[in-house]
Design a protein around this ligand. Structure first.
Ligand SMILES: Cc1cc2nc3c(=O)[nH]c(=O)nc-3n(C[C@H](O)[C@H](O)[C@H](O)COP(=O)(O)O)c2cc1C
Length: 151
C-alpha cells in the first residue's frame, strides 16, 4: 500500500524521524516523505495510509513547518472520511502540560475532517536518552498497514 509520510518540523528532528520511518516501511510499501510546508491538502487520498510526524513548539503549538498544512485544513475542512493515519509526535516533558501537543493538534484536526487515527500515538520525549531514529523505526514496525499483492 502507498504510505504518505508528512512531517512538520522547526529544527529538523521530525524530518529525520520521518526518514527513519520511511526506511522501516520501504521494504513492504511504496513510501513517500513530504514536508507539510509543501504538501497540498488536495493530495490527501483515502486510498493511501498516512503517517504524521510532528514536533511541538512555542507553548504547545505546532512547529512553523506544519502551519501551512494546519491552516489549509482549517480553512477548507476537506472531507477525509476513510483516510487512515498514524501519528509520531515529538516533544519534551520539560515543557509540562504542553508535552507533545503538536502531533495531537494535527491529529485532532484530521479527525474533525472525518479521518481515522490508527495505531499507538507515539510521543518522543527529547529529555530521555531514547534516540528518535530508534524509537521511530520500532514504532513504524508496529503499524498495521495492509500490504497490496501486485497483480
Ligand atoms: C523554543 C522551544 C519550544 C518548545 N516547546 C515545546 C512544548 O511546548 N512542548 C513540547 O512537548 N516540546 C516542546 N519543545 C521540544 C521540541 O518539540 C523537541 O525538541 C523536538 O524534538 C524538536 O523537533 P524538531 O527539530 O523537528 O522541531 C520545544 C523546543 C523549543 C526549542
Amino acid at each position: 500500500m502507498r504510505v504518505v509520510i508528512l512531517f512538520g518540523t522547526e529544527m529538523g528532528t521530525a524530518e529525520s524521524a520521518a526518514d527513519s520511518i520511511a526506511e522501516e516501511l520501504r521494504e513492504a510499501h511504496d513510501v513517500s516523505v513530504h514536508d507539510m510546508t509543501d504538501f497540498d491538502i488536495a493530495d490527501l487520498d483515502p486510498r493511501h495510509f498516512h503517517v504524521v510526524v510532528c514536533s511541538t513548539y512555542g507553548d504547545g503549538d505546532i512547529p512553523t513547518g506544519a502551519e501551512p498544512f494546519y491552516d489549509a485544513l482549517d480553512r477548507h475542512r476537506p472531507a477525509l472520511h476513510g483516510l487512515r493515519f498514524a501519528v509520531f509526535g515529538l516533544g519534551d516533558t520539560v515543557y509540562g502540560d504542553t508535552f507533545n501537543r503538536g502531533g495531537e493538534i494535527i491529529a485532532e484536526r484530521l479527525v474533525e475532517c472525518g479521518a481515522t487515527q490508527v495505531g499507538e500515538h507515539a510521543r518522543h520525549d527529547a529529555s530521555t536518552e531514547i534516540r528518535v531514529a530508534d524509537m521511530a523505526r520500532e514504532w513504524a514496525a508496529t503499524l498495521d498497514i495492509p500490504t497490496l499483492v501486485s497483480a
